[in-house]
Design a protein around this ligand. Structure first.
Ligand code: PBG
Length: 325
């Protein structure tokens, strides 16, 4: 039966009516806040391409993490900026590295917060690629061993979850086996399963000082047009023991977030990446759009598409807004 018996505007007339039939509601529990950790004390160095985001020393990350947790966000993800880089990225498994130090301090001061770590080598290698280079390409199997060392080092420092973002084949199984062998069978893996070779990571590479020195990441990150292949990546990661799978970036891949949730019905995370953040911030700063509304609209869309968890640089700010503080 159509118009005039049906008038969909009836339930849109007032804010209270709209609230009654609202289908997708963001809560602070939906979010994971990323932080960039460098070494030192008292350091907070703004990232110019990401207004509002800074590289912080462990003590500053503790201060920020305390606030994130206080506004109801249950988890953070840490990225490390080491003092020295080499061809193997060996600072990645340094027990005294910035990430390992930050984990210990956060666990001491904000024990309830879930600390996730990004497991990848691009921030630690002098060439900026996500693994060991042989010839002109990243050597998959040799890289696995290094990623395992990094993941174990994070977990030994107290990380609650590890998130491999390198896109090597077989890395979830390699990390799962190593964790299990060291009595860390309770530590979940959040796999960056469908991670695309995206232009939207641009600002992150300034934040993490991780731009590749030659070539690009297309031989390991996914080709943006491929959706079926993304489902194969997710299926493989689940077989290898991933507990949560991720689609990254979020906005240009909302169809894949939807498909992942429909096809696998497992916890799905989506990464609202640096470029997606910076575009809204830049337009907001210039007065070209209402930043708060645009942010809420975008994050709600990611959840509506099927994401159970959203990694976003807006997380703490949005949670504060949701709490009305
Ligand atoms: C590391 C990594 C990247 C991001 C998360 N982990 C960068 C990349 O692959 O180049 C991007 C996050 C963002 O853009 O916010 N491999």
């Amino acid at each position: 039966m159509g118009f005039p018996a049906n008038r969909l505007r009836r339930l849109r007339r007032t804010e209270a009516l709209r609230r009654m039939v609202r289908e997708t509601i963001l809560t602070p529990n939906d979010f994971i806040q990323p932080y960039f950790v460098c070494s030192g004390r008292g350091i907070s160095k703004p990232v110019s391409a990401m207004p509002g985001v800074a590289q912080m020393s462990p003590d500053e990350v503790v201060r920020a993490a305390r606030e994130t947790y206080a506004v109801g966000v249950p988890a953070i993800i840490l990225f490390g900026i080491p003092e020295k880089k080499d061809h193997r990225g060996s600072s990645a498994w340094d027990a005294e590295g910035p990430v390992q130090t930050a984990i210990r301090e956060i666990k001491e001061h904000v024990p309830g917060l879930v600390v996730i770590t990004d497991v990848c080598l691009c921030e630690y290698t002098d060439h900026g690629h996500c693994g060991l280079i042989t010839g002109n390409d990243v050597d998959n199997d040799a890289t696995l061993e290094l990623l395992v060392r990094e993941a174990l080092s994070h977990v030994r420092a107290g990380a609650d979850m590890v998130a491999p973002s390198d896109m090597m084949d077989g890395r979830v199984a390699a990390i799962r086996n190593a964790l299990d062998a060291e009595n860390f069978s309770h530590i979940p893996i959040l796999a960056y399963s469908a991670k695309f070779a995206s232009a939207f990571y641009g600002p992150f590479r300034e934040a993490a000082e991780s731009a590749p020195r030659f070539g690009d990441r297309r031989s390991y990150q996914m080709d943006p047009p491929n959706g079926d292949e993304a489902m194969r990546e997710i299926a493989l990661d689940l077989e290898e023991g991933a507990d949560i799978v991720m689609v990254k970036p979020a906005l240009a891949y909302l169809d894949l977030i939807y498909r992942a949730k429909q096809e696998f019905n497992v916890p799905v995370a989506a990464y609202n990446v640096s470029g997606e953040y910076s575009m809204i911030r830049a337009a907001g700063i210039n007065g070209w759009l209402d930043e708060e509304r645009a942010t809420m609209e975008v994050l709600t869309a990611i959840k509506r598409a099927g994401a159970d968890l959203i990694l976003s640089y807006f997380a703490t700010q949005v949670a504060r807004h949701l709490q009305g503080t």
